[in-house]
Write a protein that binds this ligand. Structure first.
Ligand SMILES: Cc1ncc(COP(=O)(O)O)c(C=O)c1O
Length: 350
């Protein structure tokens, strides 16, 4: 840390991402919820085509991607905001809606980026514990705050609340309510179906998971026009580059490939859930592309993660109270499930 850094950040400050090994050799990455399949083959072609025009700035509103997303969701283009990943959309929500010192509410446990953003924007981070079934507590909606975040399906738990129930749990919530649906394509339904009834809802999506484009960095928000104009007013000048716009359009147009990714995740998620349960693990029901599971005693989550790492399998352990007994394991393809189960089984018997 330099002596110039803002004092309020401190030297241990920063978001801690899952490990990305430098050598791809032999690693099975089940730690950052990436897609089990590669992106549509049409993406590489589209990106190469866009590269020819890189001497020109891209569309500041990520057109024609924005209009395509609007068409897919049955809303106007002015109801869509596209940015450099869902993370940047979340960042723009803090920029647009929270004054320094304001309370910003999120559930806990949830996506660990929120407290980091709270510190960057000098707001008060208010974490309201979820109920064991993943529902929001009454205090969540009642808290006096201009901005609150719900992650649904939630990470790291994988728990999901149906849109109508979520509506009930959010009743009376003042300010802007952001529903982060990074994993919604793997769940039975989306809050987008209820958006027109809520002038203060912002639904956030990403192409990192169900479109296998984590490396391209494309996320977006869908909301009422006035909220989107708020986000537009605080955005970077050109948040999405030409290659990302073209690649995202190609991925969305390849509906068959997208369906294959979603199908693979749902199938392997059920297999992983059942097989781990059979091995004595406590696995939370998940509607995301990962499971959150506790190994049977006397094995501890930390030990299991360390031994899996020796077998070149990465899973995610969160060293935080209430969740440190579990591992978040991304759902892979069938070969990945086989390899993980074999390694876990060997540990139990070895
Ligand atoms: C809940 C949640 N929101 C947002 C993101 C970030 O998405 P993106 O890759 O589009 O920035 C993630 C990534 O893992 C996530 O888990």
């Amino acid at each position: 840390m330099s002596r110039y850094r803002r004092r309020s950040l401190g030297d241990a400050f920063g978001y801690l991402p899952g490990e990305q090994p430098a050598d791809a050799d032999g690693w099975l990455k089940l730690n950052t919820n990436e897609s089990p399949l590669p992106p549509s083959p049409r993406v590489a072609e589209a990106v190469a085509g866009a590269a020819a025009a890189l001497s020109r700035y891209p569309s500041p509103h990520a057109e024609p991607l924005r209009s395509l997303l609007a068409e897919r969701h049955g809303v106007a283009a002015e109801q869509v905001f596209v940015a450099n990943g869902a993370d940047q959309v979340l960042d723009c929500c803090y920029r647009a809606y929270a004054e320094p010192g304001d309370a910003v509410v999120h559930a806990t446990p949830t996506y660990s980026l929120f407290p980091v953003l709270a510190q960057v924007f000098s707001v008060r981070d208010v974490a309201v514990p979820l109920r064991p079934d993943g529902a929001l507590r009454t205090g969540f909606a009642a808290e006096d705050a201009p901005l609150r975040f719900v992650v649904n399906p939630n990470s790291p738990t994988g728990q999901w609340v149906a849109p109508q129930e979520l509506e009930g749990q959010l009743e009376g919530a003042a300010g802007v309510v952001v529903i982060d649906e990074a994993y919604a394509d793997f769940a039975p339904a989306s809050a987008l179906s209820r958006l027109r009834h809520h002038a203060n809802w912002v639904v956030v999506r990403t192409l990192s998971k169900s479109y296998a484009l984590a490396g391209l960095r494309v996320g977006y928000a869908v909301a009422a026009r006035d909220l989107i104009s708020d986000l537009d007013s605080v955005k970077d000048s050109y948040p999405v580059d030409r290659c990302a716009i073209a690649g995202a359009v190609a991925a969305i147009e390849d509906e068959g490939h997208h369906a294959r990714i979603v199908e693979t995740v749902r199938r392997e998620r059920a297999r992983l859930h059942d097989a781990l349960t059979e091995l004595g693990w406590d696995v939370l029901p998940s509607q995301a592309n990962f499971v959150f599971a506790q190994p049977p005693p006397p094995q501890s989550a930390v030990e299991v993660a360390a031994r899996l790492r020796e077998a070149r399998i990465l899973v995610r352990h969160f060293d935080a109270p209430g969740i440190d007994a579990r591992l978040r394991i991304t759902v892979g393809d069938s070969a990945a499930t086989d390899r993980l189960l074999e390694a876990v089984g060997d540990q139990a018997t070895g």
